[in-house]
Design a protein around this ligand. Structure first.
Ligand code: HPA
Length: 249
């Protein structure tokens, strides 16, 4: 049976509160097992799947996540559209803590991750178009849903994907700013590229948890996990409204 929307939760988002009549699945994929059980249920009257990217107990660091298995498992369950929730740091002025954003570009600074489906011997080599890394129609639907829901959301922004799990140095963030990044996170790639290879519609709903290193008004600010989680919890208050409007639209 098709799934209207698959949601992948990031740091601080380990379940979808309003998901009802939930069944759990953990399909095997050619790439191995996903990060944890996929919860499939009803959300605003539609079939929705949810997967916690880092595992429900946040046990997987960004470079250990099996991104291929996560997306292939969602696709095997019938998902065609994926909305990725990404907890991020803010670099440029419009992207302060607790802001929600729907980025339209990305730069990949990660390394050593399996970033393609073409690794297996004998598999076809794909050179997918990635000029628009997020599916424009799904991005537009998310932005319109936020407007209908009356939830503030910045339309656009460039997401820089770093390796982690450590946070960045101030010099790294200064370089990313010069490169044109507005947001920094650790899981945006290879997820977006793999989604394109799999033919899935994919967009990111980024939740700004903190100013990236040296980017905020207090240059010496130390970023703590508690601040990250507190800000995500506040910003997440707007997400159910966006999801309901997206599913209704
Ligand atoms: N950097 C990278 N990833 C993040 C950050 C950050 O400052 N905050 C939340 N995820």
């Amino acid at each position: 049976m098709t799934i209207e929307l698959a949601v992948i939760g990031g740091t601080g988002v380990y379940a979808l509160g309003e998901l009802a009549d939930v069944e759990s699945h953990q399909p095997a994929t050619p790439y191995g097992a996903p990060s944890g059980p996929i919860r499939v249920g009803t959300y605003a009257g539609k079939r929705v799947a949810f997967l916690a990217r880092h595992g429900e107990g946040h046990s997987l660091p960004p470079h250990k996540i099996n991104y291929r298995a996560n997306l292939a498992a969602l696709q095997a369950l019938g998902a065609r559209r994926v909305l990725a929730l990404n907890t991020v740091g803010g670099i440029s002025e419009r992207f302060g803590p607790r802001v929600l954003a729907c980025p339209d570009q990305l730069i990949d600074y990660t390394w050593g991750r399996i970033a393609t489906l073409c690794e297996e011997p004998g598999s076809e080599v794909l050179h997918v178009d990635f000029g628009e890394p997020y599916t424009p129609s799904l991005r537009r639907a998310v932005v319109a849903a936020a407007v209908r829901a009356g939830v503030g959301l910045v339309d656009g922004g460039c997401y820089g994907a770093t390796q982690g799990p450590r946070l960045e140095t101030r010099a790294e963030i200064a370089r990313m700013r010069r490169d044109g990044c507005d947001l920094v996170g650790m899981t945006g790639m290879p997820e977006a590229g793999l989604a394109r290879e799999l033919g899935l519609d994919y967009a990111s709903l980024a939740i700004v948890a903190n100013w990236a290193a040296g980017a905020g008004p207090d240059v010496d600010e130390v970023i703590t996990l508690q601040d990250v989680l507190d800000n995500v919890a506040v910003a997440m208050a707007g997400v159910p409204g966006i999801l309901r409007a997206l599913l209704a639209g």
